[in-house]
Design a binder for this molecule. Structure first.
Ligand SMILES: Cc1cc2nc3c(=O)[nH]c(=O)nc-3n(C[C@H](O)[C@H](O)[C@H](O)COP(=O)(O)O)c2cc1C
Length: 232
């Protein structure tokens, strides 16, 4: 009898522990998402990216030699592995203390990267190296004024949450926010050069319209966009 009771208690404890483990991994993802400025509207899909390949790529000097803007994109989608490598290179976590592959003024980490693809709108969550689906709609046509944006497989939209940019003068604040975004964009250019991808950073955006379709909050400012894909 005592043995039966002990078995029931053990089974109950094991099941409870499994539930807690699952809940806490979801909570951890959510915590990462919230610290990156994402909001959970209902229950957006969470896509865990494969680990980035941080060992490959061209030597830096060769990537610099190849870095250029290209505007002829094939419509072929990028693999999840390439997206993973690209985002990690852009602004992924590269140290145990949560700091990133690009510097940021006062370590604000105010730039969030949104991915606009044929499959929808996603936000990159660096702490969990995952994507949050924010919309199922294809918003590519809204990401810029140039024709290629509607067919290229991926445009990154760099959005600064200026509520995180505290402690600088008004003059310095937007300058530094722009500089922070520039470092990320250059990381993406270098990754693209190394991976043989076409890439162009873009300021020609109808920002109000894009912010509207992306449903951004008032403190979120679109800084630049950057289109990446295979060369046509
Ligand atoms: C802040 C910024 C905004 C830019 N905006 C656009 C743009 O809207 N559309 C575009 O085709 N290229 C844009 N470019 C890319 C430049 O035109 C390009 O970098 C420049 O012609 C030099 O060419 P390269 O990048 O091949 O060296 C932008 C570049 C920067 C740095």
């Amino acid at each position: 009898m005592f043995k039966m009771q002990l078995r029931t208690v053990l089974l109950t404890v094991t099941f409870a522990a499994m539930c807690i483990a699952q809940t806490s991994s979801l909570e951890a993802l959510k915590a990462g998402a919230e610290s990156a400025g994402a909001e959970f509207h209902g229950n957006p899909d969470v896509i865990k990216l494969p680990p980035p390949d941080t060992t490959g790529g061209l030597p830096l000097m060769r990537a610099l030699k190849l870095r250029m803007s290209s505007r002829n994109f094939s419509a072929k989608p990028l693999s999840l592995q390439i997206v993973s490598d690209l985002l990690w290179a852009a602004f992924g976590v590269n140290r145990a203390d949560g700091r990133r592959t690009a510097p940021s003024a006062m370590n604000w980490q105010e730039t969030d990267i949104y991915l606009v693809t044929a499959d929808g709108l996603f936000e990159y969550v660096p702490p969990s190296h995952s994507l949050l689906r924010m919309s199922n709609k294809d918003l590519r046509v809204y990401t810029g004024t140039q024709d290629f944006v509607k067919d290229a497989p991926l445009s990154l939209v760099y959005v600064a949450d200026i509520s995180r940019a505290k402690g600088a003068t008004e003059d310095d604040r937007m300058l530094w926010v722009g500089a922070d975004c520039g470092f990320i964009a250059q990381n993406v250019y270098l990754y693209a050069a190394s991976a043989g991808l076409a890439c162009v950073v873009r300021g020609s955006i109808e920002k109000r319209r894009l912010a509207n379709v992306m449903q951004l909050r008032p403190n979120q400012k679109i800084i630049l966009a950057q289109t990446v894909g295979y060369h046509k």
